[in-house]
Design a protein around this ligand. Sequence first.
Ligand SMILES: NC(=O)c1ccc[n+]([C@@H]2O[C@H](COP(=O)([O-])OP(=O)(O)OC[C@H]3O[C@@H](n4cnc5c(N)ncnc54)[C@H](O)[C@@H]3O)[C@@H](O)[C@H]2O)c1
Length: 389
Amino acid sequence: MSKQKYNKVSVVGGAGHIGLPLSCFMQNNGFEVVVIDNNLKSLNLLKQNILTFYEKDLEINLKQALGDGLVLTNDLEKISETEIVIVTIGTSSNKEHLELFKNLMNDVLEKISKESLLILRSTITLEDIELIQSNNNFINKNIKLAYCPERIAEGEAFNELKKLPQIVGTEIEEVYEVTKDIFKNLKIKTISTTINDAIFTKLFTNSYRHANFSLANEFYNIAVENNIDFERIRELATIDYPRLKNFPFTGYVGGPCLPKDLETFIKSYNVEDSLLNHLEEVNDKFLNNIVQRCNKIFDEKKLILLGLSFKVDSDDIRGSGSIELYRKLKKEGFEIFPVDPLVNQEEIDFELFEFSQASKKTNNILIAVDHKNFKEFDLKDKKVFYVEI
Ligand SMILES: NC(=O)c1ccc[n+]([C@@H]2O[C@H](COP(=O)([O-])OP(=O)(O)OC[C@H]3O[C@@H](n4cnc5c(N)ncnc54)[C@H](O)[C@@H]3O)[C@@H](O)[C@H]2O)c1
């Protein structure tokens, strides 16, 4: 395992939200990167420097990386030409995803070169690791395995890739040393631990964040049921009171990571009869309470719903609380005119409207996700209710 060998990298799942920023970042910092992805449509667009999702500074980084020789392909055989293979495909604890991940890892281990370094970056479980470690190709080819979980927030990839320390899970000192050198070349500090502890750390982090946001929603639910103005209480409790300075605002607990990682945590560690088993109910109730407030606040069962993505200024609708809210409002009998210029109509199974069109239909506005560009909309003379403060 000579150090100078470790310069060629393939990133499997490299066209995704995690894989693509990482691939560009590595290519722009001296590595030779091959993006491998089975989404041909994305690959073709990316080759022309056309973005397939929003990520701050991605366009400029992709342009530079393409200019520096970043390769994009759907050919998994290419991993045999690189010494480092990083896997960043989407994972979850649902059966279909588990099966896809298992099959992909079998293919990767079949094609990977001897002595390669295999870095897993997707959220995974101990079971995934055990399957990989018991694979004959893994054993016979003497593959070095490190689990290096991604912890960035979507939209902040290029900022956080540089800033966050990298947890490196491996039991083998030599593997840690090689992995540390790779991140050192990217000026990223590493923290050494076992694979087991790295898995627990990643899942616990997202479950903690989920619980933190859910607790704020639980207080909101209780306040609403007791006719108490929760926003006012929140303000009272936090004014010049440093111990509550990190108290979260109420809002959705969604997106591509938190709900699915909580579920994975619960299943992986057989968590039963715990606070964690009730968090999703809290958030469901939170959305039901928003629906009830819409019933009270608005004078007719008609509203414009602004913002559909899972968070502000994002185009990602995976795990979107706003879309869940749309469905609940629809069930309640509301006529809804959803508006979100960031979101792609093709990804949604209901009609999106332009604001100019929708604003002729009703004066009721539900700001479900408050994108910056909504500031341009004329909301004077409208009845406006914000889901998230
Ligand atoms: N999105 C986030 O903010 C975030 C943050 C931290 C960690 N993570 C974790 O990172 C992982 C990836 O998440 P993501 O948001 O990038 O997912 P994503 O869906 O955006 O990207 C996954 C990519 O893998 C590709 N892919 C799927 N199966 C493949 C196969 N068999 N061969 C080749 N390519 C394949 C897809 O086409 C896609 O481009 C997940 O485990 C997620 O939990 C995500």
